[in-house]
Design a protein around this ligand. Structure first.
Ligand code: GLN
Length: 453
């Protein structure tokens, strides 16, 4: 713990942490030592972790990296983090993310962007660690913790994992409790870990998972020993290769790493099958209706009365307006406006309802493949390697949204997805592959991920 606390201080230039909690870390490490001395060590005893600032932490500032949650200190602990502490883990601090987890480059954070510890060969251009969980990904990649928590609504664990050469898994929707996590789009949000290896990710997932009566969408299923799945044979598993993920204009290096992944799985005894997910092309547009719609509703609670920032007004309505105008950044305001629009009486059927129907079709595409005997799918995690900070999405937000083409389908269908580092491109940057599993079959993803890693 002490070594990590020192490393975090030294690496402040990366802006990975928005809050360091060395006193908490010292106290937790001491308690951990005491448990070890008594022979009562938990499965994560003494492991220093970083927590995305979307998770409420009791007595520790939680802002979702938004100005509107300035100095908000929750009185409660999220279920996920309390389970990690229950198992002995130690908190190093809170990590940076896109404001309310809306973004793919960690550039919408009120605290400014995170710098990836990676650089292109022979270049000093600062690169994005991805987003929205950019701080967690960078912290794991730069050895500023042994693991970190993330949330993934449309790719926010898997895309930053791919950009930083770390492992990130979004479990099946309902596997992990959302209680105490700042809500973005409730029907898509799911928490998961970042780790250096598939095995570490499996160990962390086990601690984060489990039924929680405080989240009605959290399923009551036994928690498997995910670590036992790491190293399990993948012989005879049928791996779908969805043809719709072969995009026009996709960089040759992405195509190459995908091919490499197929070869590794084949060599390990898996069977590769070409599959079709015909509604894939609707996933991104439908996601960018459903997610803002839910966000506009979830963010209605930030009114200047209950939490964080309050900008005084001449009456209560003025106070709401002033607070929200000042407290939300540009991307969040854009999403609230889109969401309010697509849910409004005259447009609900044309946009929101239609997007929900597409969502069902996207889900059915996957179901049809799984019913036909496919155990998991292999796809690229991202359409490119990490890009430079400020390089994308300036004038055109859609350019940034396109980053999520391979990941949003998984959230729309509620399936588990893991991003695993698969190699480096010619510029020396990490590339990740994504494995998509059957509902609640994270174990197969850990087994397959271990082969790729
Ligand atoms: N980049 C996507 C978005 O901006 C996904 C974010 C996320 O998964 N939280 O909505």
């Amino acid at each position: 713990t002490a070594a990590h606390v020192a490393a975090v201080e030294k690496a402040r230039a990366l802006n990975a942490y928005v809050l360091e909690t060395p006193e908490h870390a010292a106290e937790m490490a001491k308690a951990s030592d005491a448990r070890i001395a008594k022979g009562e060590a938990g499965p994560l005893e003494g492991i220093p972790l970083a927590v995305k600032d979307m998770f409420c932490t009791a007595g520790v500032r939680t802002t979702a990296c938004s100005h509107i949650l300035d100095n908000f200190v929750p009185t409660y602990e999220s279920t996920v983090t309390s389970q990690l502490w229950r198992d002995g883990a130690v908190m190093l601090g809170k990590t940076n993310n896109d404001e309310f987890a809306m973004g793919s480059a960690n550039e919408t954070s009120y605290f400014g962007p995170v710098h990836s510890p990676w650089r292109r060969k022979g270049s000093n251009t600062p690169l994005t660690p991805g987003g929205s969980s950019g701080g967690s990904a960078a912290a794991v990649a730069a050895q500023l913790c042994l693991g970190a928590t993330g949330t993934d609504t449309g790719g926010s664990i898997r895309q930053p994992a791919a950009f930083t050469g770390t492992v990130g898994i979004k479990p099946t929707y309902g596997r992990v409790s959302r209680w105490g996590i700042v809500a973005f789009a409730s029907s898509l949000d799911q928490a998961g870990p970042f780790a250096k290896t598939v095995r570490d990710a499996a160990i962390l997932t086990r601690s984060m998972t489990g039924h929680d009566p405080k989240d009605s969408t959290c399923v009551d299923l036994p928690v498997p020993d995910y670590e036992a799945a790491v190293g399990r044979s993948v012989k005879g598993l049928r791996i779908g290769i969805p043809k719709e993920y072969r995009l026009d204009g996709m960089p040759a290096e992405i195509e190459k790493i995908w091919e490499q992944g197929r070869a590794w799985l084949k060599a390990a005894g898996a069977e590769l099958v070409d599959v079709s997910l015909p509604h894939t092309k609707y996933a991104l547009p439908a996601y960018y209706i459903v997610a803002p719609a839910e966000a506009s509703s979830n963010l209605a609670r930030y009114d200047g009365v209950r939490y964080g920032l309050r900008v005084p007004g001449k009456d209560i309505t003025d106070l709401y307006e002033q607070t929200r105008a000042e407290g939300f950044g540009a991307e969040v305001r854009r999403r609230v406006m889109i969401g309010t629009y697509v849910l409004s009486a005259g447009y609900y059927d044309a946009y929101y309802l239609r997007a929900q129907k597409l969502r069902t079709l996207i889900k059915r595409d996957f179901e049809a493949c799984f019913e036909a005997g496919v155990h998991a799918m292999l796809t690229p995690a991202t359409p490119s390697a990490a890009f430079g900070l400020g390089e994308k999405g300036g004038a055109d937000p859609v350019e940034m949204y396109l980053n999520d083409v391979f990941t949003v389908t998984v959230n729309m269908a509620g399936l588990p997805g893991i991003a695993v580092p698969a190699g480096l491109d010619s510029q020396g940057l990490p590339l990740g592959l994504q494995l998509i599993g059957r509902p609640f079959d994270e174990e197969t993803l850990f087994a397959l991920g271990e082969v790729i890693e």
